[in-house]
Design a protein around this ligand. Structure first.
Ligand code: HPA
Length: 273
């Protein structure tokens, strides 16, 4: 991980956003990018203009950074993220998190669309991520470690910040939102799981499965950023219902819960201590 590249990206972004200093980073998953449209006095920067940034390739992912004010906080949002299945290394996938840290963020809110493994969930539920299982068979921290960024052997016992989870739960209560909690499993994709794989993941303790988030959270924790994770259960994972899975269904559901998702995240940010 090249600290010089991180600084060059961050310097470029700082110049474009008139040196505003974000304290919260947001990574917006499939169909959830609309949150960036709520940012006031937004400055949007296309990923392709940022030095050293990879370029996003998936439909439904916009591929830009949006900085500005959200509910009284200065934020920087990724409208679209980089996925392992696109062929990027995990170092590339997580590079923007390094850059956001360099810009000054102390908290990272990661969001995603995920398949529900827990049979008490329903498509359209929002789930606070309490913990994760890295089932990628890879790790973004493999390779030489730069102590300037973080420790060689980072602790992952508090990957998802308990105080932020409690705060989010209280926010959900105020809005009368029935928000679930659970363990997120990251698979590489791009295939959805087989029914047998979903049964295996359930035995292993997974509640939801997706193709993102875990690498970004590992890198955020490596650098001491506090993390809040929110999954939108866009579908029941394979084999639970008697129907095939499709990306269209994922996007359709995230669009349906858009209102709940927006009010939830905004309430969390508005009432941050
Ligand atoms: N599996 C993996 N990733 C996903 C799913 C799923 O069922 N739904 C949305 N992203």
């Amino acid at each position: 991980m090249d600290v010089k590249k991180i600084k060059e990206s961050a310097d470029y972004i700082s110049g474009r956003v008139n040196n505003i200093e974000p304290t919260i980073g947001l990574i917006l998953g499939s169909g959830l990018g609309v949150l960036a449209d709520e940012i006031e006095n937004p400055i949007a920067i296309s990923y392709k203009d940022i030095p050293h940034f990879p370029e996003s390739t998936v439909a439904g992912h916009k591929g830009q950074l949006v900085a500005g004010e959200l509910e009284g906080q200065t934020v920087v949002a990724m409208q679209g993220r980089f996925h392992y299945y696109e062929g990027y290394t995990l170092e590339q996938v997580t590079f923007p998190v390094r850059v956001m840290k360099q810009l000054g963020i102390e908290q990272l809110f990661v969001t995603n669309a995920a398949g529900g493994i827990n049979e008490s969930f329903e498509p359209g539920n929002l789930m606070l991520i309490t913990d994760h299982i890295n089932n990628l068979g890879d790790n973004p921290l493999i390779g030489p470690n730069d102590e300037e960024l973080g420790p060689r052997f980072p602790d992952m016992s508090t990957a998802y910040d308990k105080t932020l989870i409690d705060h989010a739960k209280q926010s959900a209560e105020r809005l009368n939102l029935d928000v679930k909690q659970g363990v997120y499993v990251a698979n590489s994709g791009p295939v959805y799981e087989t029914g047998a794989e979903v049964r295996m993941l359930r035995v292993l303790g997974g509640d939801a499965v997706g193709m993102s988030t875990v690498p970004e959270v590992i890198v955020a924790r490596h650098m001491g950023i506090r993390v809040l994770g929110i999954s939108c259960i866009s579908n029941m994972a394979a084999g639970i219902l008697d129907q095939p899975l499709s990306h269209d269904e994922v996007i359709e559901t995230t669009e349906k819960v858009r209102g709940d998702f927006l009010s939830f995240v905004k309430e969390i940010i508005r009432t941050l201590p």
